[in-house]
Design a protein around this ligand. Structure first.
Ligand SMILES: [Zn+2]
Ligand SMILES: [Zn+2]
Length: 168
């Protein structure tokens, strides 16, 4: 489980967390992250300062993306350092670096924090190749594999119909 038992952390000083988040976990819903395999999480947590909980470590996995130019499936690796800091010290800026520890909670949930850290670092613009030529905007041919007879400046045929209407 990706929760920290705060009483146990208090008692033992540090806690190791080794877990995986399934690729189809509801946590990823609406995030735009499309995992190709479960995300491996390895964190070590300790307490610091006045009531702060710090969890540091790495997450590893693979993302299933599409090339933004030609839409070909592209898998990219995730191997990212994660630092999560929680504090129970009342006032906190929303969206700040330090996350609040909800009152009277015994198990601190780390999943949301991991999701947010991933979203900060994952590049949403993936290309199959820096030289990818993309799809022809006119006929949709993948210009990496094929050539089409469209000329670059050829207008969209849908406009022809409009133009014909207008000139009537
Ligand atoms: Zn491509
Ligand atoms: Zn074309």
């Amino acid at each position: 489980m990706l929760t920290l038992n705060l009483a146990r952390l208090e008692r033992e000083g540090t806690l190791e967390i080794e877990a995986t988040i399934p690729a189809d976990d509801p946590l990823w819903e609406g995030s735009g992250l499309n995992l190709a395999e479960p995300l491996g999480v390895h964190l070590r947590a300790h307490t610091a300062g006045s009531g702060e909980v710090v969890a540091t470590g790495r997450v590893r996995g693979r993302l299933a993306n599409e090339c933004r130019r030609c839409l070909k499936p592209v898998e990219t690796g995730i191997d990212q350092e994660v630092v999560l800091v929680f504090s129970d010290a009342g006032e906190m800026e929303p969206g700040g670096e330090i996350r609040p520890i909800p009152e009277s909670v015994m198990e601190l949930d780390l999943r949301e924090g991991i999701r947010e850290e991933l979203l900060l670092d994952v590049d949403p613009f993936v290309e199959c190749d820096p030289e990818c030529k993309g799809l022809c905007p006119n006929c949709g041919v993948n210009r990496n594999d094929d050539t089409c007879s469209c000329t670059v400046d050829e207008p969209d045929p849908r406009w022809d119909a409009l133009r014909a209407l207008k000139s009537e």
